[in-house]
Design a protein around this ligand. Sequence first.
Ligand SMILES: *Cc1c(COP(=O)(O)O)cnc(C)c1O
Length: 365
Amino acid sequence: MGTTNNRAYNFNAGPSALPLEVLEKAQKELVNFNGTGMSIMEMSHRSKDYEAVHNEAIARLKKLYAIPENYEVLFLQGGASLQFTMVPMNFLQEGKKASYILTGVWSEKALKEAKLFGEPVISASSKENQYRNIPTSNEIKFDSDDAYVHLTSNNTIYGTAWRDFPDTGDVPLIVDMSSDIFSKAVDISKFALIYAGAQKNLGPSGVTVVIIRKDLLEKENTNIPTMLKYSTHADANSLYNTPPTFGIYMLGEVLKWIENQGGVPAIERNNVEKAGLIYDVIDNSKGFYKGHATEDSRSFMNITFRIADEELEKQFLAEAKEAGFVGLNGHRSVGGCRASTYNAVPFEACKALADFMVEFQKKHQ
Ligand SMILES: *Cc1c(COP(=O)(O)O)cnc(C)c1O
């Protein structure tokens, strides 16, 4: 492998790289957590030791992301994909409309679920442009009567991301932040609900973070299954039933790591710099590498690109694999190449990939 510590250059799209320090600490604590003589996985979720981990993770998440008092942080299961269902199940009444902005496969999947509960309307879409861009604010139409507006902040598959979020006024803005949560500072007060599977930027798969404004809880449909109701989990501090305890512990450790890096602003600066290394190679390649996203919609988390010659693209992926780079194949639905440069992907790995790309072009153009 490429690095000094036998760690792969991991550009996986999700699950994805975790900070080495976090993995090593978890390894150390694995069989005897905090002198309890057992793993965090082996103890009651009602125990003092676990509850401290749980509450500290919530508190740290609120602090690091500057989450206002009138929001709840929930740890749920079922991934972001279950949120596609829970959002309309809780907040879209029969006969009511909600606006969905389509910017990729994940927003399409969210729309599909909403159709089971009410009348979602596509309020803007970049599908005709192969999802290369994010719609501009004047393209986005919604109704003041809408139950909510839904969008995907970072499009993991196409490599696009919102720069500025639309102002939806009194209409709740609901956002899937699975692939860019905690990658940059955001003004939480713009959103009514944020959800994210943990496995891109926050920890292992199995935990889903939900940040929900408390007034939205009052609008929730009542006649729905207990486990699928947000208030069930808000009322029980996400301890209504057994939560994914190990995943929450890991998430808490990743948040400590973010804190030690200097918090979200420092993480954001790193991410811009890391992605910049690779975008610079694409932009200076005289068309050898072609970015998928239009420049003003580029993601700093997922960098999608192609090589004009298909055979050469295959060779690029094969040689990159040989050189120790992992996860550079584009999503199976779109092909091409994708480098996911999430928070925990080290600068060193991005630099190595940028250098590799320059060398590959020199050899083959
Ligand atoms: C990965 C991803 C999902 C799917 O998440 P699961 O936790 O596997 O359900 C949804 N939305 C976005 C933006 C993603 O990146």
